[in-house]
Design a protein around this ligand. Structure first.
Ligand code: UDX
Length: 477
């Protein structure tokens, strides 16, 4: 029988929280404790009706396990002392100041966690690098642990990257394509990898649990995200080509995706990718390559980010140009602010770039999103987009309203701009919306999710990605 492990996780965020809930649910013999410094966050996790993050299926999981074998605490030291296996799932955001600013990952939270573990642990521990880290980061952790020779033999470091996507986190964790565990190629290393594999084997088929050396595992996480993001930038670059030629990007994606060597997933053209991982991990990969003197490699991956910036910018430029080259003083309804559907997360959301560019052009904006909390939206608006910060302060409060009713957002608007692919946007009453808008009424579908022919028949001028606009005033040129 597998061991009844005592598990703890440092960091109660988007990765640590859902991962520990799924482990607790599937390993009733294990005790799982999630520890975080932020008391507010821990308190929220203790109330399944008001969790700090929104994920479909998550509150049911918490309800089923909380207080039985799942616990949340701010007492990091006790949690560490008690545990056999310690997941480190603290944030590693892109540095905003200092060396490598704008590219390198900020490793200060990770180092503090490691130092804390080294200080308080008295029994053997398996330390699981869950946070996304640069390649060879485990070496740093091992060095911190060996600063105290008495305790050095207590620690085994393994890397176990998280591949869950937000909005589908619970399902991704329950039915992963694979679980990847990297460890040292020593007997003790193999033993640590096996014990972590045994935890996952409670619900993941053995053949889907793969093991590698530490550096391959660390590297694979950055590379997986770089490849995924590259597909989006590739198809988004083709969307511009389609607009210029009369090809249709969704038709092209379908045609190439049916080639099994290419595959159909992750070829949906968009206003640009967002989220906490893609940009951060690619910048991390670029920085790593640069540090190793691999200039061409760094330039190659940097281009994925460049196309993404370009896609966000040109989408907004198209809005301005099609609306008679000016949106000054016009009301524009922004539908969706989260970086994707089924999440309230807004990190690196392309909506923020679009909103800022439209503000710069003097528009008045009404923003609607079904899940993004009010405070979070305003915080993002105050900071502005991370890679293209505004040249001057923006009159945010005067020109932006955050509305909770989508029909109020579109009332009297000149245009609708869809930034997130929320399902509910497909079934709105567009006849009613058309009736309440200024004419000509424009729709810019930044996710290609709406029924464009129908909208055109209702009377809208419809602009989508990667194809020619549907307009009642055909251009003569
Ligand atoms: C991603 C990876 O998918 C996941 O494996 C990793 O662990 C973390 O990073 P996440 O950022 O949560 O997950 O969401 P994902 O579904 O990958 O979407 C990222 C961005 O790409 C979103 O803004 C999404 O809207 C966009 N996207 C995705 C597209 O524009 N087109 C697509 O075809 C797919």
């Amino acid at each position: 029988a597998p061991r009844a492990e005592k598990i703890c996780c440092l960091g109660a965020g988007y990765v640590g929280g859902p991962t520990m809930c799924v482990i607790a649910k599937n390993c009733p013999d294990c005790k799982v404790t999630v520890a975080d410094l932020f008391a507010d966050k821990i308190a929220q996790w203790q109330d399944p009706d008001h969790l700090p993050i929104f994920e479909p299926g998550l509150s049911d999981l918490v309800r089923a396990t909380l207080g039985k074998n799942l616990f949340f605490t701010t007492d990091l030291e006790s949690a560490i002392r008690e545990a056999d296996i310690i997941f480190v799932a603290v944030g590693t955001p892109t540095k905003t100041v200092g060396i490598g600013s704008g590219h390198a990952a900020n490793l200060c939270f990770l180092e503090s966690a490691a130092r804390l573990i080294a200080r308080v642990a008295t029994t053997p521990k398996i330390i699981v690098e869950k946070s996304t880290v640069p390649v060879r980061n485990a070496e740093t952790l091992m060095r911190i642990f060996t600063t105290n020779p008495d305790s050095a033999r207590l620690f085994q470091v393994v890397n176990n990257p998280e591949f869950l996507a937000e909005g589908t986190a619970v399902n991704d964790l329950l039915h992963p394509d694979r679980v990847l565990i990297g460890g040292q190629t020593t007997p003790a290393g193999h033993e640590a990898v096996r014990r972590l594999a045994d935890v996952y084997a409670h619900w993941v088929p053995r053949e889907r649990i793969i093991t590698t050396n530490l550096w391959s595992s660390e590297c694979s996480k950055l590379v997986a995200n770089a490849f995924l993001a590259q597909r989006i930038s590739s198809i988004n670059s083709i969307s511009e080509l389609c607009e210029a030629t009369g090809a249709d990007v969704d038709e092209v994606a379908r045609a190439i995706g049916m080639d099994s060597r290419i595959g159909a997933k992750f070829l949906k053209s968009s206003v640009g990718f967002g989220g906490s991982c893609f940009q951060k991990d690619i910048l991390n990969l670029v920085y790593l390559s640069q540090s190793l003197g691999l200039t061409e490699v760094a330039d190659y991956w940097e281009q994925v980010i460049t196309i993404n910036q370009h896609q966000k910018a040109r989408f907004t430029e198209r809005i301005v140009h099609s609306m008679f080259h000016t949106i000054t003083g016009k009301k524009i309804a922004v539908l969706g602010f989260a970086f994707k559907k089924d999440t309230g997360d807004t990190r690196e959301t392309p909506a923020l770039d679009v909103v800022y560019k439209m503000l710069d052009e003097g528009a008045n904006l009404a923003i609607y999103d079904p899940k993004v909390p009010d405070e979070l939206m305003w915080e993002d608006l105050r900071h502005g987009p991370s890679l293209s910060p505004p040249a001057r302060p923006m009159p945010l409060e005067e020109r932006i309203s955050h509305v909770t009713d989508v029909y109020q957002a579109v009332e009297g608007a000149h245009a609708i701009v869809v930034c997130t692919e929320w399902d509910e946007f497909k079934t709105l009453d567009y006849e009613r919306i058309f009736g309440s808008m200024v004419k000509p009424a424009f729709i810019f579908d930044g996710r290609n999710i709406l029924d464009h022919q129908r909208l055109f028949q209702i009377g809208f001028e419809v602009h989508s990605l990667g194809r020619r606009p549907l307009t009642h005033f055909p251009q003569t040129l």
